[in-house]
Design a protein around this ligand. Structure first.
Ligand code: GTP
Ligand code: MG
Ligand code: ZN
Length: 374
């Protein structure tokens, strides 16, 4: 059955028309062109807004409908080819509206993916068609730079633009210093501290919430992702729970990925807190997240320098001179090794994400590109 959209979606089909519904969820001419490529007679476009075990809620021009994956897609597709929240899909709805089948996924613009926890060699798409990834961490404990570096690699690899958002500034005696510490590993990625309690920093965060833009909130449990969703929706649409006393860990309150439309017209995806973020694929993400090291590497004497023992290594020289921390270089080596051990296994020709939209492309500066033959 087609349900009418929630109140907070603030789109009324009667007055705005069906096209306005998809537009309110980010539909644009590029997605329309991609839909035309996968469209079959009688199929309609929609956006996945919630994922359940084996079923999805999809926003279509007439409202919202519970859908399942068509047998053909289920049989042939790898996990990366199953729908994820944020996906645009082609659906077929039975005339009595009791059955809705997802027949195809419209090729993604971006996808935040990880290696599925506890399972061998399985990809998990956490959010699709994301413009901006908010990597959230709490200032109720000292920032974990190594974890943030890992998140940045995956965020860059996704094709979306990362933003580091540090919650709970009210619980930190010196938020400014914490922000500076995080900036030391952030490169050109913006870093913001904010507090839901005092309201500080929320203006800077809300500047990202442009109409039609999709933002995904990613981070460990208990950092305040759902709290931020509720704040911007202006209603308690998501359950939130206190962190455990003592170790600041969350209680894994959010259990499914879900997309909400904000009064500002932005789309926000809340996700369950991650216990671990294992990299699925990350060579490009590594280059972007460690652009400082890549840039130094261009000055190394040997073009295939491993930055471990070689004479004339500009990276090791920067460590010796105190311009690069040993911890950051170790982190780079560790992540690079991990990525080398996880070659892309999605060899089915399905594009996990298509080419990046022009507005999102952050071509590395000339000097940051590895020399040919590296
Ligand atoms: N002091 C303070 N507490 C906050 C802030 N933001 C969130 N919290 C609290 O942090 C706790 C966890 O918040 P949630 O929004 O449930 O965290 P989450 O990231 O959604 O956690 P999971 O759903 O488990 O992944 C709650 O008690 C919130 O009230 C903040 O800016 N300052
Ligand atoms: Mg939550
Ligand atoms: Zn070197």
């Amino acid at each position: 059955m087609i349900r009418s959209l929630h109140m907070e979606n603030a789109v009324t089909i009667g007055s705005d028309g069906p096209d306005a519904v998809l537009a309110a969820y980010g539909w644009d001419s590029e997605i329309a062109a991609r839909f035309a490529e996968v469209e079959r007679a009688g199929s309609i476009p929609g956006r996945v807004v919630a994922e359940y075990r084996g079923a999805y809620d999809v926003v279509i021009p007439q409202g919202e409908i519970r859908a399942v994956v068509a047998g053909r897609l289920r049989r042939t597709g790898s996990a990366g080819e199953r729908p994820a929240v944020g996906d645009w899909v082609a659906l077929r709805v039975s005339p009595d509206q009791t059955i809705a089948l997802i027949e195809a996924i419209i090729p993604r613009r971006s996808a935040f993916v990880r290696k599925a926890a506890g399972e061998n060699d399985r990809i998990q798409v956490i959010a699709a068609n994301v413009d901006t990834v908010f990597i959230i961490d709490g200032l109720d404990h000292p920032p974990n730079l190594r974890r943030l570096e890992r998140y940045l690699v995956v965020a860059f690899e996704s094709g979306a633009r990362p933003v580091l958002a540090l919650s709970k500034a009210d619980l930190c005696t010196d938020a400014a210093t914490a922000v500076e510490t995080v900036r030391s590993i952030a490169g050109t990625t913006p870093v913001h501290a904010y507090s839901i309690i005092t309201g500080e920093g929320l203006d800077a965060i809300s500047r990202y919430l442009c109409p039609g833009t999709t933002i995904a909130l990613i981070g460990p449990s208990g950092v305040g992702k759902s709290t931020l969703v509720n704040h911007f929706v202006g209603a308690p649409v998501q359950e939130v729970r206190e962190v455990r006393p003592g170790d600041y860990r969350g209680r894994h309150t959010t259990t499914r990925r879900e997309l909400f439309r904000l009064p500002s017209g932005a789309l926000i995806i809340d996700t369950p807190g991650l216990r671990e973020l294992q990299i699925w694929d990350g060579a490009t993400g590594l280059e972007e997240a460690f652009a400082d090291i890549e840039e130094l590497a261009d000055q190394c004497r040997f073009s295939d320098c491993s930055h471990t023992v070689e004479p004339g290594c500009a990276v090791l020289a920067a460590v010796a001179a105190g311009r690069l921390t040993r911890e950051r270089l170790q982190s780079y080596h560790r992540l690079r090794q991990e990525i080398a051990g996880t070659p892309r296994r999605d060899g089915r020709g399905f594009s996990l994400r298509g080419s990046r939209p022009i507005s999102n492309s952050r071509a590395a500066p000339e000097g940051a590109r590895p020399r040919p033959g590296r």
